[in-house]
Design a protein around this ligand. Structure first.
Ligand SMILES: [Zn+2]
Length: 302
């Protein structure tokens, strides 16, 4: 009798330990470099945990300086997700130092994601120019967002097998929503497809190609540096000569010189934000894409 009870208690104990393990297994700590990718990762992790955004709100990844507190965030992560050296140059060294402590997912190296070559010279006449670098603004192609969702789900599923079905289910649902979003935006932008415009920096190639838009150039040749006086003079001539209706600035770049560039040309200034909100999940990604489309359309529509 005593023996029977002992065995029973031991097996109950084992069951209890097993049960508490599966209930309390902590999902991995995930750090994501930039806001649009964070939104996609948050969609995959929905109902499980929240990923942490590395970059401060409003900061550009092209010329970022990391704080010590942000370096510690990286050290404590189980998974770091970034686009790649062409976008977050500041992360190249810290990621090498991370070594074995964290898994790193470099999206630009993922074979399922369509990666375009970088354009040079502010994209004027980009048909003739070649660049060996990769254009890192991959999330602005909705089909790439779908591949990011899937690759993130696969990576998280390996790190956290217990939540694997949930990651995959979340990703599958989000992929469908991204497909619907792409169709919606295609319809919205169809009437302004041929209208010429210029942007602040050459971040929108993926968006332009997806929706077959008519971007003519970028103000800044180097996204880390505002255009100089000579380039601004040249731009003004081009805006007039090519009858460009809209010049799009970005939230972190609102130079007074821009007014002088369009003066007397008939062009208008409007804004495009390639990064979007710093919180939220798939809705934050959808808002980023919708806002780009709406801002383009409201300026370009005749
Ligand atoms: Zn950029």
């Amino acid at each position: 009798m005593t023996r029977y009870f002992t065995i029973l208690l031991i097996s109950m104990g084992l069951l209890a330990t097993g049960a508490s393990n599966s209930a309390s297994a902590k999902p991995p700590t995930v750090v994501v470099s930039v806001a649009p990718v964070r939104a996609l990762v948050a969609a995959v992790m929905q109902g499980i945990a929240e990923p942490t955004l590395l970059l401060r709100p409003g900061a550009s990844p092209h010329d970022y300086r990391m704080r010590p507190s942000e370096a510690r965030m990286l050290e404590n992560a189980a998974l770091v997700i970034w686009v790649g050296p062409e976008l977050e140059g500041f992360l190249v060294k810290p990621i090498t130092v991370l070594g074995a402590s964290a898994q790193v997912l470099t999206l630009l190296d993922d074979p399922s994601i369509t990666v375009l070559s970088g354009r040079s010279g502010g994209i004027w006449g980009a048909g003739e120019t070649h660049s060996e670098s990769r254009d890192p603004h991959i999330w602005l192609r909705p089909a790439n967002a779908a591949r990011i969702l899937e690759t993130v789900a696969a990576t998280l599923g390996k790190l956290d097998p217990e939540n694997r079905p949930r990651y995959h289910m979340n990703a599958a649902r989000a992929v469908l929503e991204v497909g619907a979003l792409e169709a919606e935006i295609g319809d919205l932008l169809a009437p302004v497809r041929d209208m010429p415009y210029i942007v602040f920096h050459d971040a929108y190639q993926y968006f332009e190609k997806t929706f077959r838009l008519n971007a003519k150039g970028a103000l800044a040749v180097d996204p880390g540096r505002p255009p100089g006086a000579r380039r601004l003079r040249e731009l003004k001539q081009r805006i007039a000569a090519e009858q460009i209706g809209c010049v799009f600035r970005e939230p972190d770049f609102k130079p007074a010189t821009l007014a002088a560039v369009i003066e007397g040309t008939g062009a208008q200034i409007a804004e495009l934000d390639p990064m979007g909100q710093v919180s939220g999940n798939l809705q934050a990604y959808a808002s980023l894409i919708r806002n780009l489309a709406r801002n383009l359309k409201s300026c370009l529509a005749p």
